[in-house]
Design a protein around this ligand. Structure first.
Ligand SMILES: [Zn+2]
Length: 227
């Protein structure tokens, strides 16, 4: 059972077996209902790449929640550690290496075809047992997604559909067919006019490319629990 809450853009809170993950926590984006960072208390903050709309409130969250640790690619993790002045609060890693988070939880940074000011851009697979989530970060469509599906069998895929900087609806639907998750939740659309791929277009494209995958549409601030 996985609880997923979307804050708009690529920002999610995901709870798996009582562990709380924040992913790409730009929590006060233009579509988000949040005005403060109160009451979040994450165990882990997963940051896919160094663009401001993904790094978001990471530094402030680390200062506010002393138990939280950030997971990111080496160069981005170093940047975060330097900014907060504490290397013990970050877990630096690299693409493809399983990161042991203890108690059976793990994360793996994945390929993302994009750019980043700090190291390579990534996506991230994380969770425990069968409760695995794949957050694709910002990326174009790539066959690497097929491997992610085959190896980690994510139950939920969080995919950008906005176009322009990332996959649009058609590319994301093809991605869903390569990954083969049970559920797909679209993200990274509608925040700005230029990322205009819509959930309706995505649903239509899914009907063609991956009709077996269930699409779950959330509005910013909404959460869902999926089995
Ligand atoms: Zn980006």
């Amino acid at each position: 059972m996985i609880r997923v809450k979307w804050f708009g853009h690529s920002a999610f809170e995901v709870e798996i077996q009582n562990k709380k993950f924040l992913v790409d926590p730009w929590l006060r984006n233009p579509k988000s209902p949040l005005t403060t960072l109160d009451g979040l208390n994450p165990d882990y903050i997963l940051v896919t790449h160094g663009h401001g709309d993904h790094l978001g409130d990471t530094l402030e969250l680390l200062e506010k929640y002393p138990r939280a640790k950030a997971v990111a690619i080496f160069e981005l993790a170093n940047y975060i550690a330097k900014e907060i002045g504490d290397t013990s609060r970050v877990i630096d890693a690299n693409i493809g290496g399983p990161i042991d988070l203890g108690e059976g939880f793990y994360a793996v940074l994945t390929t993302a075809t994009h750019s980043s000011p700090y190291g390579n851009p990534t996506g991230v697979v994380f969770g425990k047992d069968d409760d695995i989530v794949y957050h694709a970060g910002d990326t174009g469509l790539t066959y690497d997604m097929k491997l992610i599906g085959e190896l980690y069998k994510p139950k939920i895929a969080l995919l950008p559909i906005g176009g322009h900087y990332t996959m649009g609806p058609r590319e994301a639907a093809k991605a869903a067919s390569l990954i083969g998750p049970k559920y797909v939740i679209p993200m990274h659309y509608g925040t700005f006019p230029v990322i205009k791929g819509s959930p309706e277009e995505f649903k239509n494209a899914l009907r063609e490319y991956a009709p077996e995958v269930k699409v779950v549409l959330l509005t910013p601030g909404e959460e869902v629990t999926l089995e």
